[in-house]
Write a protein that binds this ligand. Structure first.
Ligand SMILES: [Zn+2]
Length: 195
């Protein structure tokens, strides 16, 4: 069985809910699980992770994996928003599983709103993580295509494709299919087709 997994999907694909469900099922069968999240993610709480549908569990909040050592009896490490760690952190995770029986499952985004891989996501592929796509439909009304892109829009509905990789603020996001991403790049406004 693979010992390093990357469960990836667009924003709103219920990645955190899947992480919490997996953690719950593992704990139900007596497995010892650590849940970790990047410290910068304080949308809801700094010592727990909360999914949009309301599930929540305690989590260890880390800036990086420099001084992290799993507890001696830990069997599974589940990491939320793994794309916000560095590629060096992924190397440290790979080293942990090279020398232990721990299984690591990262959950997060593959690409940013500029269509570029996050460094940690790229590194997970490079070091041989088993990839699992968490599917979601395009969020444009009436479109049933697979959502493949995290599109960022300014207040006027123009797509932003050269912004900072990690941005907080008033920008709006939609998870969209490739076709709609291209249409927005060609000048279609978000306001024209959705509220
Ligand atoms: Zn679409």
């Amino acid at each position: 069985m693979a010992n390093l997994h990357f469960h990836y999907g667009v924003m709103g694909a219920a990645k955190t809910a899947q992480l919490l469900t997996t953690a719950f099922n593992l704990m139900q069968t007596g497995k010892r699980v650590e849940i970790i999240k990047p410290q910068r993610d304080d949308r809801f709480s700094d010592n727990e992770i909360v999914s949009r549908i309301g599930l929540r569990m305690p989590a260890l909040s880390l800036k990086n994996f420099d001084s992290y050592i799993p507890k001696p009896d830990t069997q599974f490490i589940l990491i939320d928003e793994v794309q916000f760690f560095s590629s060096g952190d992924v190397d440290k995770l790979a080293r942990i599983i090279n020398y232990s029986k721990v299984i690591i499952m990262g959950y997060g985004l593959m690409t940013d709103s500029n269509e570029h891989l996050f460094p940690a996501s790229q590194r997970l592929i490079e070091v041989g993580a088993k990839l699992h796509l968490i599917e979601a439909n395009c969020q444009i009304d009436g479109c049933m295509n697979l959502a493949t892109h995290n599109a960022r829009f300014d207040a006027n509905g123009h797509i932003i494709t050269n912004g900072p990789q990690i941005a907080v603020g008033a920008d709006r996001y939609r998870s969209v299919c490739r076709m709609h991403f291209e249409k927005f790049k060609c000048g279609m406004l978000l306001n024209q087709i959705t509220k």
